[in-house]
Design a protein around this ligand. Structure first.
Ligand code: SF4
Length: 555
C-alpha cells in the first residue's frame, strides 16, 4: 500500500477531504459540533453524518463549531460554516451532533451567537429547524427538549434519506416536525409530548398530544457490511491529528453495568476483515497513521489478521480501547512498532469484588500481565482508568485502587529495568455518574464531599510512589454531569441559567431554588417513570433490573 503525506499548514485551511457543493435547489444543512474544532473533527460520528448528507444530491451540508471565546466574553461571535462562510441562520436545518452532556450549554451559546432564539417556541418559519442527534441524545434528550425541534434517536445511517425526503424547507417548523415524527422511526419532537409531575416532583405521565408514537424506537444499523465509517476529512488540528479513523464495530459484548456503550448499541456488531482492509487501503493513500475506533476494538474477531495487514503495510496504528484480558501478542507488537509511547488500560475498580459488581470481567492477573507485556514491548508509559463512587463501594474498595496501582508499579518497574527505560504511570480517577439505559440508572451518585474523601485516599496513598501520577476530575464537575445525565425537561431552565451565568455552575446551583442536585443524588425506585422511559432501545424488558439486582447481590 502506498501512502503520501504532504506538508500541511496549521488550521482548518489545511484540511483534506472537504466537500463543497452548490447551494442552489438543495436543502441546506449546517452540521454543528457543540465544542471546538479540534474536538469535533476527532468525532467519527460527526464526520460520517457530514459525508452521508453530502452524498445526497438534494442536500448540501457544511460544518460549524463552538467559536473559541473566553467564557466571560460578552459580545457574541457570529457563527459561520467552514465551507461557504455562511451564517447558521441562513440554513434550512441546523443539526447538532452531541456526544457529551457537558456540551449542552454550548448548544445554547451557539444558538445565541447565531442570532437564533434559544427556545423552540420562540422561533418561527424564518429560523432553521433545529435538530439534534448523537449518543447523548439517545441516552436522554430531555434536558434539551425546550431548545431542539426534532431529535433523532439512534444510529443515523438507516434514517437520513427518509428524513430529507420528508423535510420540506418551504413548510413551517411545526409541520415539518410533525411529518417527521409521524413518518420516520427514531424521530422525537418534544413539543408533541406533554409531561406532568406529581406533587413530589416525580414524572407522573408522559403522553403524546398529537398522533405521534408514544414510544420512540431507537434506530440501529442491523448490518454494518454496507456501511463503512471512516474519516472523511483529515486535519492536523483535530485531537488525533492526521489519523485516518476507522470504526471497527459498534457496541460491546461485555455489558459492564456502568457503561452505556454496552447497552445502547446492542447487539454488538463487528465489521468483516475484507471491509476493514478496504478502509485501511483507503486511509493509507492519505496518511500513514490509522486509528481503530470502537467500544470493543480488541474483541474484533478478525483482529489478529487485521494487525498482520497493518504491520505488512508499515502503517502506524492506535486503538481507542484496549481490554487487559484481550491483549494478544499481535496487538502489543503492533503498538510497539507504531511507536506508541503510552498505553491505556481501564481496570475501573481496584478490588475483585468491585469489578464483579460492575461486571468488568477482568482479573488482577490480567491487568498485571497486560502492564508487564506493554512495558516489555517498549511502551514506557501506562495510563490507568479508575472510578470512585461506584454502587456499594466501601473504603476497602477505594484502598484497593491504591493497592492495585502499587502492584502494577512493581511489575512496571521490573519490566522497565529489563526494557532499560522507565516511564510514568498516570492514574486517572473519575467519579462515577449513573447513566440512563444501564443497570445503574437508578442508583444515587455519591455526594461531592464523599467523592472528595475517596479521592484523597487515593491521592495520599500514591503520593509517595515514584513515577506514579494521579490525575482526577473535580468531583464538583461530575455532579454537574450527573444532573444533566438524568435530568428531565425542567433541567432546561437550569441550562438557561447556566448560559446566563457564562457557564458558571457553582453560581447557577446557588441561584437554583429547586435543588437540581437531586437529579444526580436521588436513588430512583424501580417503578418510577424516568425522563428517558419513552425510548425503547430494544432490550428485553427486565434486563436492566436483573443486572442491577445481580450487582447488588455481589458481596
Ligand atoms: S468493556 Fe468497555 S466498552 Fe465494553 S461494556 Fe465494558 S466499559 Fe463498556
Amino acid at each position: 500500500m502506498a501512502h503520501s503525506e504532504r506538508d500541511h499548514k496549521k488550521g482548518p485551511g489545511s484540511e483534506t477531504g472537504v466537500i463543497r457543493k452548490d447551494h442552489r435547489n438543495r436543502i441546506r444543512v449546517a452540521l454543528v459540533y457543540p465544542n471546538t474544532y479540534s474536538v469535533g473533527m476527532a468525532n467519527l460520528g460527526f464526520q460520517t453524518v457530514y459525508r452521508l448528507l453530502n452524498e445526497m444530491d438534494g442536500v448540501v451540508c457544511e460544518r460549524a463549531f463552538l467559536p473559541q471565546q473566553s467564557p466571560e466574553s460578552k459580545s457574541p461571535v457570529p457563527i459561520k460554516t467552514l465551507e461557504s462562510r455562511r451564517f447558521l441562520g441562513d440554513f434550512d436545518v441546523v443539526a447538532f451532533s452531541i456526544s457529551f452532556e457537558n456540551d449542552y450549554s454550548n448548544l445554547l451559546t451557539i444558538l445565541e451567537n447565531a442570532g437564533i432564539p434559544l427556545r423552540a417556541g420562540e422561533r418561527n418559519s424564518h429560523h432553521p429547524l433545529i435538530m439534534a442527534g448523537g449518543v447523548a441524545c439517545f441516552l436522554n434528550p430531555e434536558p434539551l427538549a425546550d431548545f431542539v425541534d426534532v431529535f433523532f434517536i439512534g444510529e443515523s445511517e438507516p434514517a437520513l434519506h427518509k428524513i430529507f425526503e420528508i423535510f420540506d424547507p418551504c413548510k413551517d417548523h411545526q409541520v415539518n416536525a410533525l411529518n417527521l415524527a409521524r413518518s420516520v422511526p427514531g424521530i422525537y419532537a418534544p413539543c408533541f409530548y406533554s409531561v406532568s409531575y406529581s406533587s413530589s416532583g416525580r414524572i407522573q405521565s408522559f403522553v403524546p398530544t398529537e398522533d405521534v408514537p408514544s414510544v420512540i424506537q431507537r434506530v440501529f444499523a442491523s448490518d454494518l457490511k454496507t456501511i463503512s465509517t471512516t474519516s472523511t476529512i483529515l486535519t492536523p488540528d483535530a485531537e488525533f491529528g492526521r489519523t485516518f479513523l476507522i470504526e471497527t464495530g459498534r457496541g460491546c459484548p461485555h455489558g459492564c453495568r456502568f457503561c452505556s456503550a454496552g447497552y445502547i448499541y446492542r447487539p454488538p456488531r463487528f465489521r468483516s476483515l475484507s471491509q476493514l482492509i478496504a478502509s485501511i487501503e483507503e486511509g493509507a493513500t492519505k496518511t500513514p497513521r490509522i486509528g481503530l475506533v470502537g467500544a470493543a476494538v480488541t474483541d474484533l474477531p478478525c483482529l489478529e489478521s487485521l494487525c498482520d495487514v497493518i504491520q505488512k503495510a508499515k502503517l502506524d496504528v492506535s486503538f481507542s480501547s484496549l481490554r487487559a484480558d484481550r491483549l494478544t501478542d499481535a496487538v502489543v507488537s503492533l503498538l510497539a512498532l507504531s511507536h506508541v509511547k503510552t498505553a491505556t488500560l481501564a481496570p475501573d475498580a481496584g478490588s475483585e469484588r468491585m469489578r464483579r459488581v460492575i461486571k468488568k470481567g477482568i482479573q488482577e492477573e490480567d491487568i498485571l500481565s497486560a502492564a508487564e507485556r506493554l512495558v516489555l514491548a517498549n511502551i514506557p508509559n501506562l495510563k490507568l482508568y479508575f472510578m470512585i463512587g461506584l454502587p456499594t463501594e466501601t473504603r476497602e474498595d477505594v484502598l484497593a485502587i491504591v493497592d492495585l496501582c502499587v502492584k502494577i508499579k512493581q511489575v512496571f518497574l521490573s519490566a522497565s529495568r529489563i526494557a532499560k527505560r522507565i516511564g510514568t504511570i498516570t492514574v486517572s480517577v473519575n467519579s462515577f455518574v449513573p447513566k440512563p439505559f444501564t443497570p445503574f440508572q437508578w442508583v444515587a451518585m455519591d455526594p461531592v464531599k464523599t467523592l472528595q474523601k475517596k479521592l484523597k485516599i487515593i491521592q495520599e496513598g500514591l503520593r509517595a510512589v515514584p513515577n506514579v501520577r494521579v490525575n482526577a476530575e473535580n468531583p464538583k464537575h461530575t455532579l454537574f454531569q450527573g444532573i444533566l445525565s438524568r435530568g428531565d425537561r425542567r433541567t432546561g431552565e437550569l441550562l438557561l441559567r447556566l448560559h446566563k451565568n457564562h457557564g458558571n455552575w457553582p453560581e447557577t446551583l446557588r441561584e437554583s431554588l429547586d435543588h437540581p442536585e437531586e437529579y444526580a443524588l436521588r436513588k430512583r425506585p424501580l417503578d418510577e417513570i424516568l425522563p428517558w422511559s419513552f425510548i425503547d432501545h430494544g432490550f428485553e424488558t427486565g434486563l436492566l433490573v436483573r443486572e442491577y439486582e445481580r450487582a447488588l447481590a455481589e458481596i
